[in-house]
Ligand binder design. Structure first.
Ligand code: VGL
Ligand code: ZN
Length: 198
C-alpha cells in the first residue's frame, strides 16, 4: 500500500521561542527526519498567513489572543500573529530535512478564512488540492505527524479519514497546544472519525 507521510506545520513559530510556541515542538524534528527516509511520498504543510490575517487577535479591535469569536464559517480561536508569509517564523524548523519533501502544501493564505486542515479551509469546503495530489500519486494510506496535535494535525487527520484514507497519527511525533482541554477533545474526535492513534 503506497503510504504518504504528511508532516504538519513543523515551523519556527510553533517551536520554542516562536510566536505560537508549542511545548516541545522542536522535539519531533529528528524522528520525523527518520520517518521521511522510507515514506512512499513526503508532503509538508506550511501555515502561511498574510499580515493582518483574520485569525490574528491583532486584526480584531479589543480582542486578545486565545479568545474565540464567531466567523461566517463557524467559531474561530484568535491567535497571536504567527507564520506570516516570508518571515523567519513561517520557515520550517532549520533541522527539518525539507529536501526530502515531494510537495509542500501552503494553507491559511486566504485573509478571510483560517485553514487548520491540510485538505480543506475552515469553511470545510474550500479544498487545498492535497486530496487530488495524493490520488494522482496513487497514495492510498496516510501517516501524520507534526504540530499542533489538537489543531492542524487533528483537523487534517479527521478530514483524511472522512475522505476514506486509512490514517495513523504517530503521537510521539506530535505536540499539542492544549487550550481549554482541546487536546483531549481532539483525541476523541480523531478516534471517533476512525483515525488510528499510535
Ligand atoms: C495551527 C493554530 C493556528 C497549527 C496553525 O498548526 O496547529 N494552530 N494556526
Ligand atoms: Zn495559523
Amino acid at each position: 500500500m503506497p503510504k504518504a507521510l504528511i508532516v504538519i506545520d513543523v515551523q519556527n513559530d510553533f517551536c520554542p521561542g516562536g510566536a505560537l510556541a508549542v511545548e516541545g515542538g522542536d522535539r519531533v524534528v529528528a524522528g520525523i527526519n527518520t520517518m521521511m527516509r522510507d515514506a512512499g511520498a513526503v508532503i509538508l504543510t506550511q501555515d502561511w498567513h498574510p499580515a493582518g490575517h483574520s485569525s490574528f487577535a491583532s486584526s480584531h479591535e479589543g480582542k486578545a489572543p486565545f479568545e474565540v469569536i464567531d466567523m461566517p464559517y463557524g467559531s474561530q480561536v484568535l491567535w497571536p500573529d504567527h507564520c506570516v508569509q516570508g518571515t523567519q517564523g513561517a520557515d520550517f524548523h532549520p533541522d527539518l530535512e525539507t529536501d526530502r519533501a515531494d510537495m509542500i502544501v501552503r494553507k491559511g493564505y486566504n485573509p478571510a478564512i483560517d485553514s487548520y486542515s491540510a485538505f480543506y479551509e475552515n469553511d470545510h469546503e474550500t479544498p487545498t488540492g492535497l486530496h487530488g495530489y495524493l490520488r494522482s500519486r496513487g497514495m492510498t494510506e496516510l501517516v501524520m505527524v507534526g504540530l499542533a496535535t489538537d489543531f492542524c494535525v487533528s483537523y487534517s487527520a479527521v478530514d483524511a479519514a472522512r475522505l476514506g484514507y486509512p490514517v495513523t497519527v504517530l503521537r510521539d511525533l506530535c505536540r499539542g497546544i492544549d487550550l481549554d482541554g482541546s487536546l483531549e477533545i481532539a483525541l476523541k474526535d480523531m478516534s471517533a472519525a476512525g483515525v488510528a492513534l499510535a
